[in-house]
Structure formats: structure tokens, C-alpha cells
Design a protein around this ligand. Structure first.
Ligand code: HEC
Length: 120
């Protein structure tokens, strides 16, 4: 009985680990340009793209359906282009077009990151 009671705690703990793993994955793969996770002065200074919450907001307005939003982020991450951009022209003038991240992450990783960004 004691062991049975422990199961939900272990499951909750492993979910937490997964969530923080995805946060560090997102920071690793996208955080060099996008502001992701904990905000620090150092991160603000090297910001080279719109912050992740701005991405989430734009994507949610353009794609109210969550799955469409996730697919847009995956697609843009692998094949960015000016025609696909949701942000205005000024964003590209300020930061340049996002370089493709193809090869830097798997599609599964891109999906996990897309979900993480939309949930923030
Ligand atoms: C080398 C810098 C860099 C990295 C790394 C990077 N991005 Fe970007 N990203 C940009 C820039 C610059 C923009 C703004 C211009 C644009 O939209 O292309 C942008 C824009 C975006 C947009 C919005 C596109 C639009 O205008 O609709 C999404 C979504 C996005 N990035 C997702 C990601 C994800 C997810 C990752 C990590 C897997 C990532 N980016 C990694 C530079 C980067």
C-alpha cells in the first residue's frame, strides 16, 4: 500500500524532470537568439530575435488551432522564409531572417519545443 501511494509522486516528479528538460532543450536550440526561460540581463543583451512569448502570441493569433500552431513552428524552424513570416517586415529588418535550424534538431525535438513555446 505504501509503495502504491508513492507511484503518483514518482510520476509527478518525472513529469517535472521532463518539463525542465524541454526548457533546457529549448534554451539550447533557440535561446541563443530568442529569449527563452529565465530572463537575465546577459540574455537580454544578446537578444537577436523576438522573445519566445512574442512568438507564442503571434502564432496563437494566426493559428487559433493548437495543432496548426505547432505545425507552423516546426515548419518555420526547419524552413523559414519571408513569405511565411507572421512578424512584420520591420522584424526582419531589425534581426534578419531566421536561419534554418534543419540538422540542428530532430523533428521530435522541434515538436516538443513548439509545444513548450505555445504553453508558456
Ligand atoms: C540564429 C538565431 C536564431 C535561432 C537559433 C532560432 N531563431 Fe527563430 N527567429 C530568428 C529571427 C532573427 C527571427 C525573426 C525573423 C523571422 O521571422 O524570420 C525568428 C523568428 C522565429 C519565429 C517567427 C517566424 C515568423 O515571423 O512568423 C518562430 C516561430 C521561430 N523563430 C522559432 C524558432 C525556434 C522554435 C527555434 C529553436 C528550435 C528558433 N526559432 C531558433 C532567429 C533564430
Amino acid at each position: 500500500m505504501r509503495n502504491l501511494l508513492a507511484i503518483p509522486f514518482i510520476m509527478a516528479a518525472s513529469l517535472l524532470v521532463q518539463a525542465s528538460d524541454i526548457e533546457s532543450l529549448a534554451e539550447n536550440k533557440c535561446g541563443s537568439c530568442h529569449l527563452i526561460g529565465e530572463i537575465t540581463k546577459e540574455k537580454l543583451n544578446r537578444m537577436a530575435a523576438p522573445p519566445s512569448w512574442a512568438l507564442a502570441k503571434k502564432v496563437k493569433v494566426a493559428y487559433p488551432n493548437r495543432l496548426d500552431g505547432i505545425n507552423f513552428i516546426i515548419n518555420y524552424t526547419l524552413e523559414p522564409s519571408e513569405e511565411k513570416m507572421l512578424f512584420p517586415k520591420e522584424t526582419k529588418e531589425r534581426f534578419g531572417l531566421m536561419p534554418s535550424q534543419k540538422g540542428a534538431l530532430t523533428e521530435d525535438e522541434a515538436r516538443a519545443i513548439a509545444e513548450y513555446i505555445l504553453d508558456k
